[in-house]
Design a protein around this ligand. Sequence first.
Ligand code: NDP
Ligand code: PYC
Length: 342
Amino acid sequence: MSARPDTAVTQIAFADLQALLHRIFVRHGCSETVAASLAFNCASAQRDGAHSHGVFRIPGYVSTLASGWVDGRAVPVVSDVASGYVSVDAQGGFAQPALAAARALLVEKARSAGIAVLAIHNSHHFAALWPDVEPFADEGLVALSVVNSMTCVVPHGARKPLFGTNPIAFAAPCAGSDPIVFDMATSAIAHGDVQIAARKGELLPEGMGVDSEGQPTREPGKILDGGALLPFGGHKGSALSMMVELLAAALTGGHFSWEFDWAQHPGAKTPWTGQLIIVIDPSKAQGNRFAERSRQLVEQMQAVGLTRMPGERRYREREASARDGVSLTPQELAQLQAMAQD
Ligand code: NDP
Ligand code: PYC
């Protein structure tokens, strides 16, 4: 559900988009450091055609900052907990600057112990997860991350929503190519894609969600208006979503997806939860041949007919954006320019 928009597009250089988003974040209450982190993240998602978490999210960031729900100037506090464990209190700010603050220590620990964990709590994550893991694989490391969001998914076999859309992202180096990366919500569809479908007046495929009566519906408006999403793959996706709640919230000290109440902050959109990142140094693996073994796996998958790896569409979009500029609709560009000034 992340293809290029089929409406008219205008192209903007990545650096110009990043600078525009940076101005918006600063204008709406973020420190320079936080603005830089979020602008790079969001511009990268737009560049890669990850539209559910590209510039589509900017009005949500702005309304959240205006509501006082998130601290755009928070300075994360990093704790060196153990030889393979780093904890960060994001101080009610965004998760990406918390990761940035702890990253060097995390990598140092992973390279020394072979594996290290970064547990972020008191944090808001409103973005795609792959930007958090892909850079580790660029450095030859394997990374896995989970983040929980806000109650909108009915556990398999239950009657009411409890879990968040709870994505899992994974990145691994692969000899001779870009890293292998996947990043997927554990809900049948990301909440962002439901909002996009509602805006476009499109029906969803079967099996994505239920209305406020718990009845299956394909209408995004009914899901957003008191309805809920389903996990992907029935009990299997539900188990993964449960795991994400445990790792991202219980293990980090963050909130479960149902544990925060933003009712007093009209306009708040960013889930106040937690995030876990596990980084492994594959040079410690038997024979130190991980990247070559990744390549062998990819080649075998292709030999049995696979034509599209996860992450491949994004890499293609990235190439097209580098060549032609990052695509936005003229309306999106005008809205961003207005938000940078208002
Ligand atoms: P998709 O279902 O679009 O894609 C999931 C993964 O599968 C991607 O790695 C994608 O690669 C790959 N993929 C898709 N189609 C195919 C195919 N036909 N063959 C092989 N691989 C394929 O993602 P979701 O809608 O589940 O999630 C979208 C985004 O929403 C994610 O970035 C996620 O992190 C984010 N999200 C964030 C939340 C938060 O709380 N911050 C909550 C929930 C979601 P490719 O990228 O190349 O298309
Ligand atoms: O798309 O499900 C989603 C989502 C939740 C929080 C940020 N994105």
